[in-house]
Design a protein around this ligand. Structure first.
Ligand code: 4AD
Ligand code: MG
Length: 437
């Protein structure tokens, strides 16, 4: 690291001071654009923090160097020295008038040009990561991860990790990734830390994690990948409703923090920030049965027990301006959710749906904590009770009511920036057809 090197964001933040002091500044980065006309080279330089226009005049640098700079291709890495000047026409209102350039690496012809097919961009993901869209999304992503942790730590929750190799399944056999653990033993990649989190609350009580999560999703959709990052929490002595209260507070917190730290980035995505600013608690709550009725009025007829897919969730959320919960899903939703003592066919669980057509971002609920009931529910399922003996065991030694949830970080980010595809918010998206590079 150069001690005197200044990032592009810092250049803009301190521009007036630098101009007043007539200071020669050093910065560095990659050539984002270049254009030359006779005695002048216009460069746009980028680093992780931003973009700045730089001008190199023939007389201001040594002649052979000027010729080399003129020939530089985009994505070349350079260090430059110069003075800042106000320029209305330059993006951001300032440009750097260059007095020296050090060419660190003159790039070859960059293969990505305008109007590339999705297929090409995915095959060149290692290079496409440099795009403005992805860089901007990943800056926000980094903040979301940090703020998720901050929120739960402030609530007194401990960060702890579940295993990635698991026996059995949490969310059904059809999306399991099975692998050879040893010659004779097969295990699965985690679909959720939940069952293991339920074991850990007996020591730490209130816990959270952000972990890679794997699901072999066969269908191609805008919101499914086979490897994603789930942020989950689990809490002892906690009911379904209490967990929902925490979740809605968290969602508003994450949105506010994103706006606070990333106003410019959101503007880049042309996100309506005032819409996000209006997201507030309490979120509305509908029972699954009410949702079936709402869908019926929209011309979608479903029987009790049916799963809500993307088409249904889109129809439900398209006109909404706030996230909302759905509770009391039918028993098919999951073997571990606690049936409602008031209505046995329904579960004390919830999904949180984002508005504007985005749909589910969170799934959670209260867990069965009585041994007999859990055994009965396992018996109704097609799961091998042997795989879950340890899970049933938890209900034998000081069982307590407890609840938790899982938030798809990519789903949340997709909605916050208002993009149309989950691939735009994860560095190397994995699906059944995308696994290289
Ligand atoms: O609703 P899900 O399946 O819930 C669970 O796994 C619970 N065991 C979590 C818990 O209670 N600890 O998944 C939780 C969230 C979904 O709401 C969605 O946001 C995200 O994970 N998700 C996916 N995101 C991207 N690609 C996929 N294939 C996803 N599947 C689920
Ligand atoms: Mg779900």
């Amino acid at each position: 690291m150069d001690a005197d090197h200044i990032s592009i964001a810092e250049l803009f933040e301190n521009a007036e001071t630098f101009i007043d002091e007539d200071r020669t500044i050093e910065t560095r980065g990659w050539v984002y654009r270049t254009r030359s006309s006779g005695r002048l080279v216009f460069l746009v330089l980028r680093d992780s923090s931003g973009y700045i226009q730089a001008t190199v005049f023939k007389g201001n640098v040594e002649n052979t160097l000027f010729k080399q700079v003129k020939k530089l291709l985009i994505e070349s890495s350079i260090k430059i020295k110069g003075k800042l000047a106000k320029d209305e026409r330059a993006p951001g209102g300032y440009e750097l008038q260059v007095s020296d350039v050090e060419i660190v690496h003159a790039a070859e012809v960059f293969p990505i040009t305008k109007d590339q097919s999705e297929e090409f961009l995915m095959a060149n993901r290692h290079l496409w990561l440099r795009s403005r869209e992805l860089t901007t999304a990943f800056r926000i992503r980094s903040t979301l991860f940090q703020m998720f942790r901050q929120f739960w730590r402030e609530k007194g929750y401990y960060e702890i990790n579940g295993p990635i190799f698991q026996t059995g399944s949490c969310e059904g056999g059809s999306t399991l990734f099975e692998l050879d653990y040893t010659k004779d033993v097969k295990v699965n990649l985690t679909q959720s830390w939940q069952l293991y989190a339920e074991a850990m609350i007996y020591s730490l009580e209130n816990i959270f994690a952000i972990a890679p999560t794997f699901r072999a999703e066969k269908s191609r959709t805008r919101r499914h990948v086979s490897e994603f990052w789930m942020a989950e929490a689990e809490s002892a002595w906690c009911s379904n409703r209490e967990m929902m209260d925490l979740e809605e507070e968290m969602v508003v917190y994450l949105i506010q923090k994103t706006i606070e730290h990333h106003r410019k980035d959101l503007e880049h995505f042309e996100r309506d920030i005032s819409f996000l600013e209006k997201i507030e608690t309490p979120f509305e709550v509908y029972r699954y049965q009410e949702v079936l009725d709402m869908l019926e009025r929209k011309g979608i007829s479903l029987e009790w027990g049916a799963n809500l897919g993307y088409a249904e969730e889109k129809a439900l959320t398209e006109d909404k301006t706030q996230p909302f919960f759905i509770t009391h899903f039918p028993r098919e939703k999951g073997f571990y959710h606690r049936p409602d003592p008031q209505e046995q066919r329904a579960l004390l669980c919830h999904d949180l749906l984002a508005p504007e057509g985005y749909g589910e971002i969170i799934g959670g609920g209260e867990r069965i904590w009585e041994k007999e009931l859990l055994q009965e529910r396992l018996g109704e399922s097609d799961m091998d009770p042997e795989d879950y003996a340890w899970y049933v065991d938890l209900r034998r030694f000081g069982s307590v009511p407890h609840s938790g949830f899982g938030l798809g970080m990519e789903r949340l980010l997709t909605w916050i920036i208002g993009t149309d595809h989950i691939k735009n918010v994860i560095p190397f998206p994995r699906t059944m057809r995308w696994y290289y590079p």
